[in-house]
Ligand binder design. Structure first.
Ligand SMILES: Cc1cc2nc3c(=O)[nH]c(=O)nc-3n(C[C@H](O)[C@H](O)[C@H](O)COP(=O)(O)OP(=O)(O)OC[C@H]3O[C@@H](n4cnc5c(N)ncnc54)[C@H](O)[C@@H]3O)c2cc1C
Length: 336
């Protein structure tokens, strides 16, 4: 296991905050995971990172920080109805999606261009353009710190919901080493999302190919979201809040333009719209701000701190609470 001390994390988080990790351990094998886990004691703070695209580094990280760097991917099994594909936790998610298409195994293309690693994808049940990990998930292999043994968790064990899983309920219990996906055959195009449907509406379904969906989604995403290589960000910073029918109707009466979608639990409000109405879109304070094209995305201009970003996020939360009576919750994990 390769270990660095007082390591700068600027290139390990997509906000680009230049904090230091007291001890940075690069986990490249399952054995490294076991060694890392065996070194943890109750007095040592620790955490595991993938690509750092869903975290805010507020300050230097004490204790031990693991970077999940396991590599490898393979087709495990293919029947007439399903293909099972396994990828190691440290693989880049986007590169993995692209590779599955090269292997003629479509089904993940709607999740193209989401930054981060394969191992982190189940943690918040990543989702975009009408698909969530839970829809294509078979199982994962994780080291369970409670039992100090390897476990296989299936979908029913993972408690998947919108941006949620058991890994959020029991943080720091599991270290995910690999994930297996079950892709259905024959492939069926997923045009659930309006922007994608619009692009393909004039084409007969049989003429639409998986790579066309992949390319379209990459193009749409690039037009809407800042590239973290250019402008630090973690994608959507707040969850879209879900409110009950009564609250929705009251809000709709007060704000007829309210953007909301029916949801099994009530109504999902567009958090970006709520923030926009509080005049925070394209707002900048020093080295942090709100993205000019999408109020849901907070950005870092290069010389700021996670603390400054959190302060701005709290101010936005307070403004939305005051105007709409709605609580916005923060999506990325705040460390330490
Ligand atoms: C431009 C941009 C667009 C985005 N768009 C989307 C989107 O459309 N949909 C979406 O759902 N998300 C989106 N995200 C958020 C992010 O890309 C995903 O949540 C991604 O899965 C995070 O992966 P990561 O490897 O960077 O995880 P990290 O940020 O490193 O970690 C995230 C969390 O997972 C835990 N973790 C990471 N790896 C492991 C592991 N192997 N075992 C156990 N725990 C682990 C960490 O401890 C942390 O709590 C976007 C982010 C950006 C920057």
């Amino acid at each position: 296991m390769r270990t660095e001390f007082s390591a700068n994390l600027q290139h390990y988080n997509t906000f680009g905050f230049a904090v230091k990790a007291a001890e940075l351990c690069h986990l490249e094998t399952e054995n490294d995971i076991e060694i890392f886990a065996s070194q943890l004691d109750p007095d040592t703070p620790w955490r595991v990172l993938g690509g750092g695209s869903n975290i805010v580094l507020r300050d230097d990280l004490p204790g031990k920080t693991a970077i999940m760097a396991l590599q490898g991917k393979k087709i495990l099994e293919a029947t007439d109805s399903t293909v099972l594909i396994e990828a190691a936790a440290g693989e880049s998610w986007h590169d993995f999606v692209s590779w599955t298409l090269e292997q003629n195994c479509p089904g993940l293309e709607n999740l193209a261009l989401i930054p981060g690693t394969v191992g982190a994808a189940p943690i918040q049940n990543i989702g975009a353009y009408g698909l969530e990990i839970k829809d294509v998930f078979h199982s994962l292999k994780a080291y369970d710190r409670h039992t100090q043994s390897w476990r296989t968790l299936f979908a029913k064990d993972c408690h998947f919901a919108y941006r949620h899983s058991i890994f959020k309920e029991e943080p720091q219990r599991y270290l995910v080493a690999s994930v297996t996906f079950a892709l259905q055959k024959p492939w069926q195009v997923n045009l659930a999302y309006a922007d994608v449907l619009q692009r393909f509406k004039d084409l007969p379904a049989q003429d639409i190919k998986p790579r066309m969906i992949f390319d379209a989604i990459c193009e749409i995403r690039r037009s809407k979201l800042p590239d973290p290589q250019v402008l630090g960000n973690a994608g959507s910073f707040f969850h879209n809040p879900v409110v009950d029918e009564k609250t929705y109707l009251q809000l709709k009466e007060r704000f007829p333009q309210l953007v909301a979608y029916a949801n099994p639990k009530g109504w999902k409000l567009a958090a970006g719209w709520l923030i926009d109405q509080c005049a925070y879109k394209d707002y900048r304070r020093g080295q942090v701000g709100v993205y000019e094209k999408q109020a849901l995305v907070l950005v870092h201009y290069g010389e700021g701190t996670g603390q400054e970003l959190i302060q701005l996020a709290q101010e936005i939360q307070a403004a939305v609470q005051e105007k709409f009576g709605v609580t916005l919750s923060i999506e990325p994990s705040i460390l330490p």
